[in-house]
Write a protein that binds this ligand. Structure first.
Ligand code: THG
Length: 258
């Protein structure tokens, strides 16, 4: 399972302030902590509502890659901010994200091709997030075929069914599980998948138990990568147990200490 840290995100007050102040120390210590906690990659997001998006993103990428060479997952809905982030990356880069909107794909796929980036594909379009699993799979298929028209093979994509807060839409949690199953049938070998796990518990109490229970359900449905709170130790243990149960890691008595 590819573990991506959600924490280098301007949404978090301290991170937002460090970006505003262009304070490298906090960001760099924070990035190293994520890697020490088991992050294989870092999601990099300057946060919403900035007028300095591209400059802030370029600074954030440069600041982080001064201390670590793990892949960066550039997370922005804005094409200018995305481009600034991807251009600044010296190591492996994941574009987070495109949607199924034609205009968006026509901007993102050439950028990905130019920089040899992987791409997270959100199953939504101008009409929003579909209400059912089948429409999510249909949009995933559209993104896979459009990527191929840009000479990007399906193995460069991560399909994201978009996890919704359980508090806002309780019926969506199982629809996302069903979408995860449907995604496996869209290609051979099965496409890679990713979710933003913490979305599920947004605004809920007892976030940790909700997150790790859902993680187990998603791993059972074939989830391949997740943007998570790697500082949640119980969650990281659940991921290791899931890898054990999926036979991705050889069994050993003390697997949790690995
Ligand atoms: N898919 C993809 N990318 C994503 C998401 C997704 N990126 C963003 C998000 N969803 C995943 N990252 C987070 C980061 C933080 C939180 C949830 C998901 C979160 N933050 C607290 C909150 O909003 O309550 C912040 C609290 C604080 O300030 O401490 O929950 O789905 N591809």
């Amino acid at each position: 399972m590819l573990v991506i840290s959600e924490r280098i995100n301007g949404l978090f007050v301290q991170v937002g302030k460090a970006i505003d102040d262009r304070d490298p120390r906090f960001i760099q210590e924070h990035a190293l902590k994520q890697v020490a906690c088991g992050a294989h990659a870092l999601d990099i997001n300057v946060g919403p509502g900035r007028d300095d998006g591209p400059a802030a993103m370029e600074w954030l990428v440069n600041t982080v890659q001064e201390v670590t060479s793990v892949p960066l997952c550039i997370d922005s809905p804005g094409i200018k901010t995305m481009t600034a982030g991807v251009k600044a990356c010296r190591n492996k880069v994941i574009i987070n994200s495109t949607t199924a909107e034609m205009k968006k794909m026509q901007a993102i796929f050439p950028l990905a091709k130019e920089h040899d980036a992987d791409i997270i594909c959100l199953t939504m379009d101008e009409r929003g997030i579909p209400n059912d699993a089948e429409s999510r799979a249909e949009m995933a298929m559209l993104m896979m075929t459009t990527a191929m028209e840009h000479d990007i093979m399906p193995d460069r994509l991560f399909l994201d069914p978009l996890v919704m807060p359980i508090k806002a839409a309780q019926d969506q949690a199982m629809k996302v599980i069903r979408a995860m199953h449907l995604f496996q049938t869209l290609n051979d070998p099965a496409p890679r998948t990713v979710v933003g796990l913490s979305n599920v518990s947004n605004g809920a109490k007892e976030r940790s138990i909700i997150n790790r229970t859902y993680l187990g359900m998603l791993m059972g449905a074939g989830l391949g990568a997740a943007i998570v709170d790697v500082q949640d130790e119980l969650l990281m243990e659940a991921i290791k147990a899931g890898e054990l149960l999926r036979a991705e890691k050889l069994y050993c008595d003390d697997f949790l200490r690995a």
